[in-house]
Design a protein around this ligand. Sequence first.
Ligand code: IDP
Ligand code: MG
Length: 139
Amino acid sequence: MSTDKTLILIKPDGVGGGLVGEVISRIESKGYAIDALRMLKADRALLEKHYAEHIGKPFYEPLVEFMMSGPIVAIVASGNCVIEGFRSLAGVTDPTLAGPGTIRGDLARDQGTKVVQNIVHGSDSPESAAREIAIFFPK
Ligand code: IDP
Ligand code: MG
């Protein structure tokens, strides 16, 4: 039986806001395992790979600038259904609409910026997870 894996990022607003422990605590409290973890400052080339699906969208450049604005934490978490499970823990993209009890709902709000600042990233499918894990944790 293979265990599902997902790539989680704690974005610069999460690290800068002192929320690394809070986010990791929510992942672990839910029962998922932390398989790998690193702090880094992402560069443009890495973010271009990670956010390839968003190239050309109006928020793409602000997104890249935001993600380069400070350190981030990359995490591989594992457990059955962890991809959907972490997306559920994170809440929907817009922190104004993300439900109370979710990471984005509890810990973020609209800051009036061109890009939505919402504390965390989580892979959205097994294909994305495999692709994104290889970007942040190359063998
Ligand atoms: P997700 O992070 O919930 O999967 P995506 O659609 O993959 O959302 O978008 C990636 C990131 O780009 C979001 O987390 C958010 O920071 C930002 N973003 C997405 N859509 C918008 C938008 O319409 N305006 C501004 N920023 C956005
Ligand atoms: Mg996404």
